[in-house]
Write a protein that binds this ligand. Structure first.
Ligand SMILES: [Ca+2]
Ligand SMILES: [Ca+2]
Length: 427
């Protein structure tokens, strides 16, 4: 009996891994890039965005949400709990519509409606509901994927850096403080917690926690709070990741979607809740690409070798690793970062910098791992640049190192600098 159970487990892991590589965070319809600040989305641009509707007293749109697995939708706790309580609304009070582009269009075969089997509100979300403003909705039946219905990827690591641009999606950002019929998207800069708090101490000092960040503009143009519950997404190496959940803006008015032009919008940092999400959706298999992928990839074993005795150029490091039957180090997951940090801590020299295999030689800004000929972030989306890097200082920083300022964040430097290096073996 034990034997059987073991095999069943392997089969499930493999199955969800295979599903995931193909399915999360990918648009099925090729569309133009969104380049302006705010505009109507096209059908299929954000196939993971869902509409949450209340059934009583009248059927009405209340919030956005994001599909991250076949039965799993992530949204804000305040969207799906009884006002003033941390308790979920009764499941029969809410439905979700997926594949939706025009909000006022009734549910149809291509924009189906699903009932819920449960609503899980974060147990520590507080009464004002700005803390841990996250909830999961589990649909009664699995959602059918198609051109207009796809799950977004969940990040297993932080994709938040000041000044990086994310995309928020919703029906809530018209200039006229009303709900738009057409799904809209806006590109907004990400603002880390500290910058956000400094921007408005009174509003944010108490309410923006370590599990949150902000986004938006403060220049009076085009800054809207969007739909509560909807996501902020980043496209990393061709996959869209749910980075944040729109929580509140300074002019917090429930069930209204007022544009706030002088303050940032606060969002829940989804990466901080990966454990909670996993714990609470365990029975729903194909949850998250990176999660399942890293679980599956633990079957291949990576080992790092820190070389401190010789200082060499990038290309010399590349050849020296090969000479020992290894390859210059690649870093493709949070687990890798932890592993390499461990290898460094056990090596004779705890201070870097060391070369890794990343380079954008010949194709500025497009980093690949020279050892595997894969783009950095390939499949997993994992990037670990220092916030202000890569900066291609003086126009010739084309090779990646780690450890210059301690830690294992990445930085680009000229490839002819002589320094230590780290090799890896992959079994
Ligand atoms: Ca460069
Ligand atoms: Ca640099």
């Amino acid at each position: 009996m034990k034997h059987l159970i073991f095999h069943a487990f392997i089969a499930i892991t493999f199955y969800s891994y295979a599903q995931c590589v193909q399915s999360c965070g990918k648009r099925q319809i090729k569309t133009r890039n969104l380049i302006t600040n705010s505009l109507d989305a096209q059908p299929g641009d954000f196939p993971w965005h869902v509409a949450i509707l209340q059934r009583v007293p009248v059927k009405q749109y209340i919030c956005g949400g994001t599909l991250v697995g076949q039965s799993i939708i992530i949204t804000s706790a305040h969207c799906v709990s009884i006002p003033g309580h941390r308790q979920a609304k009764p499941i029969e009070d809410l439905v979700v519509q997926v594949g939706k582009h025009l909000l006022n269009a009734p549910a149809s075969a291509s924009e189906p409606e699903y009932s819920l089997s449960s609503i899980i509100v974060h147990q520590a979300s507080n009464e004002e509901q700005t803390d841990h403003d996250i909830a999961l909705m589990i649909t009664e039946e699995p959602v059918r994927y198609g051109k207009f219905v796809q799950p977004a990827c969940l990040p297993t690591f932080s994709l938040i850096r000041d000044n990086l641009v994310g995309t928020i999606v919703g029906w809530g950002f018209t200039e006229h403080d009303s709900i738009s019929n057409v799904l809209r998207a806006a590109n907004v800069p990400i603002v880390t917690k500290d910058v956000c708090i400094r921007s408005n101490l009174e509003a944010f000092a108490r309410s923006v926690t370590d599990e949150m960040f902000c986004a938006g503009y403060r220049n009076g143009t085009n800054a809207c709070n969007g739909d509560s519950g909807g996501g902020l997404f980043r496209n990393v190496q061709g996959r869209w990741y749910l980075v944040g959940i729109i929580s509140f803006s300074v002019t917090k008015q429930m069930n209204e979607n007022l544009c706030s032009s002088t303050d940032y919008t606060a969002l829940v940092n989804v990466a901080k809740y990966k454990g909670w999400i996993k714990e609470n959706s365990d029975s729903n298999l194909d949850l998250s690409c990176p999660e399942t992928k890293s679980a599956a990839s633990t079957t291949t074993k990576k080992q790092y070798f820190v070389h401190n005795n010789k200082e060499v150029t990038f290309l010399e490091a590349w050849r020296l690793c090969q000479n020992t039957g290894h390859q210059l180090a690649t870093i493709t997951s949070e687990e890798d970062s932890q592993l390499i940090a461990h290898a460094i801590s056990k090596s004779g020299n705890k201070k870097g910098p060391w070369y890794t295999a990343g380079t954008d030689l010949g194709n500025e800004g497009q980093f690949v791992w020279i050892s595997t000929n894969k783009p950095v972030g390939y499949q997993t989306g994992y990037l670990n640049f220092r916030p202000d890097q890569p900066n291609d200082a003086w126009g010739n920083e084309d090779c990646l190192e780690i450890g210059r300022w301690g830690g294992v964040e990445w930085n680009d430097i000229p490839c002819d600098w002589k320094q230590r290096y780290i090799c890896e073996s992959v079994i």
